[in-house]
Design a protein around this ligand. Structure first.
Ligand SMILES: Cc1ncc(COP(=O)(O)O)c(C=O)c1O
Length: 369
């Protein structure tokens, strides 16, 4: 086995997709597999998701990669169709760009050289203030598209800013803003990301765009005032199956004497003699450097904790609860019902999205189907 490995459970991926489908049985789904399927491998995930109605990626390159691996379902390019030299790929590979700004239509009109109009989704801004047209821009876009002859608007979408917070009323505001624009067309609609699908039934439209939940993580945030997770979040965490298990091994064992520190900065100092293990995984593999002493980890399937700072290639763990640990003993960094990537993200002051997409290229992915 390599020193550190990401085991990808494709059956779990399919089960999570089915959960998204069960929550919104009347919607189609673009499975969001941008950023290499959140670190899980976009081609492998696309191939495994037989049931998906289409895929969504962020860039033209990501979309072309799918086509070059014979993925022939609809592919939506969510944000980064921005340059004239990308039009030929849109045409040749039959991609569906999202048009969020007028300059993208200018590019399509100036470079279009096929008899086939390009199918595109239109994106409106309903309050996130990131990408998307405002009401005035949208109406003039519809006009321009009708006159251009080279673009078919095939859907209308927006993106939710706060759907992970189940008590945040901003989602209702965005929905209202979206409906005001949607009645001006009879295009198919798309709003819901994972959080929308799980927690906001009114956002489930013709097409949903589940991302994080496919990888087995509930996107919902704890309540801001109580700090506790909502019942729906707990239920989802039980239902969704982790897809990535990040595993490694112990490559050294030593005893730290009382008063000795370990690692860079010596930020952990033993207050009694303690056995420590060195794990062959560090921040260059994608384990978060900001996870400090106390971050949970499983050694030989037993719960333990990190000690001191994470290094580039290694991290240190407390072997007190694992007296039988030896060099070579297995380590689980995240990816089981007992140790979720979300929990590790919490200890590192970040989110599961960042950890999953940061698992580096030097970590081989092993696919289990
Ligand atoms: C436009 C858009 N739709 C859908 C998604 C999927 O979101 P999630 O992973 O929270 O389900 C994303 C992810 O960032 C996105 O940018």
């Amino acid at each position: 086995m390599p020193h550190v490995l990401a085991r990808i459970d494709l059956a779990a991926l399919r089960s999570n997709y089915n959960t998204a489908k069960d929550l919104a049985p009347n919607s189609f789904n673009f499975a969001v597999i941008k950023a290499d399927a959140y670190g899980h491998g976009s081609v492998q995930c696309a191939r495994a998701l037989h049931q998906a109605d289409g895929f969504a990626v962020a860039t033209i390159e990501e979309a072309v990669q799918l086509r070059q691996h014979d993925i022939d379902k609809p592919v939506l390019v969510l944000s980064r169709f921005c340059q004239p030299d990308e039009v030929k790929d849109v045409q040749n590979f039959n991609l569906m760009p999202v048009i969020h700004s007028h300059y993208q239509l200018d590019i399509l009109i100036s470079k279009h050289n096929s008899r086939q109009p390009i199918n595109a989704w239109l994106k409106v801004d309903t309050g996130m203030n990131r990408l998307g047209m405002n009401a005035g821009e949208f109406l003039s876009m519809l006009n321009r598209i009708e006159n251009s002859g080279c673009v078919n608007a095939v859907g209308l979408m927006t993106h939710l800013a706060c759907a992970d917070e189940t008590d945040n009323e901003f989602t209702a505001v965005q929905l209202k803003n979206f409906h005001k624009l949607a009645i001006k067309t009879n295009l198919p609609l798309s709003i819901a990301n994972s959080a929308g699908i799980i927690a906001w039934p009114d956002t489930r439209k013709h097409w949903n765009r589940p991302g994080l939940m496919l990888y087995g993580v509930s996107p919902l945030s704890p309540n801001k005032t109580t700090g506790s997770n909502s019942p729906i979040d707990k239920a989802m965490d039980k239902k969704l199956q982790p897809v990535m298990r990040l595993v490694s091994r112990l490559i050294s064992i030593r005893t730290l004497k009382r008063g000795e520190g370990i690692g860079y900065g010596q930020t952990f100092v033993a207050d009694e003699d303690i056995n420590v293990g060195i794990v062959a995984c560090g921040y260059a593999d994608g384990y978060p450097r900001h996870a400090g002493t106390g971050t949970p980890i499983l050694i030989c399937d037993k719960p333990s904790r990190l000690l001191g700072r994470v290094s580039m290639d290694t991290l240190a763990v407390d072997l007190t609860p694992v007296s039988d640990a030896t060099v070579g003993s297995p380590v689980l960094l995240w990816g089981s019902s007992r140790l979720s990537v979300k929990e590790i993200a919490g200890h590192a002051g970040t989110i599961a999205y960042e950890l999953l997409t940061s698992v580096s290229n030097r970590v081989p992915r092993q696919y289990i189907d």
